[in-house]
Write a protein that binds this ligand. Structure first.
Ligand code: PBG
Length: 352
C-alpha cells in the first residue's frame, strides 16, 4: 500500500524496524517498502486508549525512529459492545461485539493493526486476521469495590464483608457464579458501561458493590478505589484478563514480524493455554467459565472452571506441563471439565 503524498522516509523507517525484528528472531521475510503512518485501531474508551498508547510506547521504545517520525495514526472505532449498555453481553451475542467493527476495518485495509483487551477478543478470529502480539500481563486478579468503604475486610474471607442480601452490580456471569457459590444470598443487577460510569453508579447507590479487573483500574490510575483484591482461588479470572493483544492481517508479514519481536513470550504461553481452554468449552461469554495460567519455575500451570449461572454447580480443575504445550493443555483441561460437568449444565448455558 503506497500513497502519492506519503513521506518517503517512512518506508525506510519501517524497514529499519523490520530489519531489527528479523535480527532478533530468525525469520527471514524481506520487508517490503511501505508508507507511514501506521494506522492503529482502538476502541474509544479511556481504558482502551491508555492500553493503545502504552502499546505504542512499547513499540517506539523498541524502535525510537518511529516516534521521532510521528509514525502512528490512532483510529478510534466505536463497537456494538460500547453502544449497547442495556443488556448483558451474554444476551447480545458475547465477546465478538467489542471487536467486530475493528476486525472489519482491519480486513478492509482502513487500519494496519488493532489493540485489544485479550479478555474481550473472541477465540475464533475472523479468517485473515491473527493475534500477532501479546504484551506482558498486568495483574490478572479481580477486585471488589464497595459502596460503603468503612467496613472491615478479612482477606482470607473476602466475601464476608458484604451484608446479607447485598446487591452486586455485575455484568459477568463468571463473577456472579463464583460469588453465588460462596454467598447464595447475594443479589445481582446489571452494571455496564466503562469503568468510570460504573463507579459513578456505585457511588449513586445503584448497588452495594461491584467487581472489576485490577488490571484496568491500575492502568487508569484508579487502583486506590479497590477495597478487596481477590486471589485466583477465590475468584478465577477470565481467559486473557490483564493481557493486551494486537491483531493484524495474516498477509501482513512485515508488521507481524515487527510485532512478534516485541511480544512477551510468557503472556503468549499463558494466553494460548487460557484461550485454548475457552475455545474448547465455549467461545461466547454466556457460560460462567474461568481460565487462568501462570508459569512457575518453567512449568505452566493452568486452572479452569465451569459453573452454572446460579453458582450451585462449580467445578475447577488444574493441569500442568511445559509452556510449549500450552495449547494442548488448554484443550485437554477443557475436555476434562466437560466430561465432569453434568450435560444439562452445558445444555442450559448454550441455549439462546
Ligand atoms: N469487559 C471489559 C473489560 N475488558 C478488559 C477489562 C479489564 C482489563 C483487562 O482485563 O485487561 C475490562 C473491565 C473489567 O472487567 O473490569
Amino acid at each position: 500500500m503506497r500513497f502519492m503524498n506519503a513521506p518517503v522516509l517512512a518506508s525506510d523507517a519501517l524497514q529499519k524496524v523490520a530489519a531489527e525484528a528479523v535480527r532478533r528472531s530468525h525469520a527471514v521475510e524481506t520487508p517490503s517498502r511501505r508508507t507511514l503512518p501506521l494506522r492503529v485501531g482502538t476502541r474509544a474508551s479511556p481504558l482502551a486508549l491508555v492500553q493503545t498508547r502504552n502499546f505504542l510506547t512499547r513499540l517506539t521504545r523498541f524502535c525510537p525512529i518511529l516516534r521521532d517520525m510521528g509514525a502512528f495514526q490512532e483510529h478510534q472505532i466505536s463497537t456494538e459492545g460500547d453502544r449497547n449498555l442495556v443488556q448483558r453481553l451474554a444476551e447480545i451475542g458475547g465477546k465478538g461485539l467489542f471487536a467486530k467493527e475493528i476486525h472489519e476495518a482491519l480486513l478492509a485495509g482502513r487500519i494496519d493493526f488493532a489493540v485489544h483487551s485479550l479478555k474481550d477478543l473472541e477465540t475464533n478470529l475472523p479468517p485473515g486476521l491473527v493475534l500477532a502480539c501479546t504484551l506482558k500481563r498486568e495483574d490478572a486478579r479481580d477486585t471488589i469495590l464497595l459502596r460503603d468503604r468503612t467496613v472491615e475486610v478479612d482477606p482470607a474471607r473476602p466475601y464476608d464483608c458484604l451484608p446479607e442480601g447485598a446487591l452486586i452490580g455485575c455484568a459477568s456471569v463468571r463473577r456472579q457464579a463464583q460469588m453465588l457459590h460462596v454467598r447464595p444470598d447475594l443479589k445481582f443487577c446489571l452494571l455496564r458501561g466503562n469503568v468510570q460510569t460504573r463507579l459513578d453508579k456505585l457511588r449513586a447507590g445503584a448497588c452495594d458493590a461491584t467487581l472489576l479487573a485490577l488490571a484496568g483500574l491500575r492502568r487508569l490510575g484508579m487502583e486506590d478505589r479497590v477495597d478487596v483484591v481477590l486471589e485466583p482461588d477465590q475468584m478465577l479470572p477470565a481467559s486473557g484478563q490483564g493481557i493486551v493483544g494486537v491483531t493484524v492481517r495474516e498477509s501482513d508479514a512485515e508488521l507481524r514480524e515487527l510485532l512478534s519481536a516485541i511480544e512477551d513470550p510468557e503472556a503468549r504461553a499463558v494466553s494460548t493455554a487460557e484461550r485454548a481452554l475457552l475455545a474448547e468449552l465455549d467461545g461466547s461469554c454466556r457460560t460462567p467459565i474461568g481460565g487462568y495460567a501462570r508459569i512457575e519455575k518453567g512449568i505452566l500451570k493452568l486452572t479452569g472452571m465451569v459453573a452454572s449461572e446460579d453458582g450451585t454447580f462449580l467445578l475447577k480443575r488444574e493441569i500442568e506441563g511445559p509452556p510449549l504445550e500450552a495449547a494442548r493443555m488448554g484443550t485437554e483441561l477443557a475436555d476434562e471439565l466437560r466430561r465432569e460437568t453434568p450435560p444439562h449444565i452445558f445444555a442450559e448455558i448454550t441455549r439462546a
